[in-house]
Design a protein around this ligand. Structure first.
Ligand code: ATP
Length: 365
């Protein structure tokens, strides 16, 4: 096991900055997800940790030792790209033994390690089968086994579930998480899929344009998004932004949207006239006929137990999640309330949250 420490990491390709001043620590045994849209610099970050790409500047420390300039094979790290990458002409046993044989490990030890790993992954009954005849799930486990068998201090995984269909993917997400809690190896996992990141990771680093926008636990990232980018990227549908001009005064308890006052937790400090956005997640909006905040249903989307209802509030469209048992149709007049403690406030110019401005019971404080 090992701690990975990334300090002021930068990578440029010519004049293009793919990774800008990244800093994060993956504690011993922790699972970190690098999450962000295509091209934001996730793979480049991972390749630098693996030793497959040299940084332009900055440092990478493994258990306190500077490995920034070490070659990949001299770092105690296993890199898993696509879990399906197996040697089709070899059976399961030889596929799994391959990295150990390559290291020159004695045969008896190789056999013992392969069998032990196969038991861990519950594929010991498949050891003498050809990989080409295996079902998808078993192939995936063999590929994982080939990475685990080396017992590396760290695993780096780049979209390992990227090609799988949804049903199998959900199963593998669960299995990977289980496996991680059993072997406890420090893991960095690259994905563009927020659900994978939220359900597997201890910590998430959300990236955009080469920058880590926020680094924290899934709960922190969901409840206290540091930027509008994070608030928009996490959650489905994403957080609603209700934009308004004119700043706020200390002691204010409402903001005005389309000439209607919306109750908010007490404002703690003056915020000079500027463009602001109130952030509210669809699941933190309630339909309440007695509420003074009025809107009109624009459309509904049925999702089984819940539905997403788009509501027009004086020209601002917001999406609310509510039980599908509530009967709502386009054109209905509705009243809404927002769950005050769950609200966020953003400065639109910088895109950054102003958490400290809202006196909302400490959630954003
Ligand atoms: P994806 O999921 O699409 O791979 P990513 O977040 O992993 O996205 P990277 O692969 O790290 O993104 O790429 C970040 C940016 O750096 C992209 O714009 C990419 O085109 C660029 N890039 C990556 N490798 C090179 C390279 N060797 N030469 C030039 N540009 C590169």
């Amino acid at each position: 096991m090992a701690e990975i420490r990334v300090e002021n990491l930068q990578k440029s390709f010519g004049s293009f900055n793919a990774v800008r001043n990244s800093n994060f620590i993956v504690d011993n045994g922790e699972f970190l997800a690098l999450l962000g849209p295509s091209g934001c610099g996730k793979t480049t970050t991972l390749r630098m940790i693996a030793g497959l790409e040299l940084p332009s500047s900055g440092q990478i420390l493994l258990d306190g030792s500077d490995v920034t300039m070490l070659r990949a094979r001299d770092r105690d790290i296993a890199f898993v790209f696509q879990l399906f990458a197996l040697y089709p002409h070899m059976n399961v046993r030889r596929n799994m033994a391959y990295p150990l044989v390559n290291q020159g490990m004695p045969k008896a030890e190789v056999t013992q390690r392969v069998e032990e790993t196969a038991r861990l992954l519950q594929i010991n009954h498949l050891l003498d089968r050809s990989v080409s005849g295996l079902a998808g799930g078993d192939r995936q486990r063999v590929a994982l086994g080939r990475a685990i068998v080396r017992r590396p201090a760290c695993f780096l995984m780049d979209e390992p579930l990227g090609t799988l269909d949804t049903e199998f993917r959900d199963k593998m997400v669960h299995e990977l998480r289980e496996l991680h809690s059993r072997i406890g190896a420090t893991t960095v996992y690259v994905t563009h899929d927020q659900l994978e990141a939220m359900s597997m990771a201890d910590k998430i680093a959300v990236m955009s344009n080469g920058v880590i926008e926020q680094y924290g636990t899934p709960e922190e990232i969901y409840n206290r998004p540091a930027t509008m980018f994070v608030a928009d990227f996490i959650g489905s549908p994403p957080m609603n932004f209700i934009r308004f001009d004119g700043g706020l005064k200390k002691g204010d308890t409402s903001v005005t949207i389309g000439r209607q006052p919306v109750l908010v937790p007490e404002i703690r400090e003056d915020i000079a006239p500027t463009k602001l956005a109130l952030g509210v997640r669809p699941e933190h909006i309630r339909f309440d006929d007695r509420s003074g905040l009025r809107g009109q249903v624009f459309e509904t989307a049925y999702l089984g137990t819940s539905q997403i209802v788009a509501v027009d509030i004086g020209g601002t469209m917001i999406k609310a999640r509510t039980s599908s048992s509530r009967k709502l149709s386009a054109g209905d007049a509705v009243g809404l309330t927002f769950d005050g403690p769950r609200l966020s406030l953003f400065d639109e110019a910088s895109g950054r949250a102003i958490h400290t401005a809202l006196n909302n019971g400490g959630l954003n404080g």
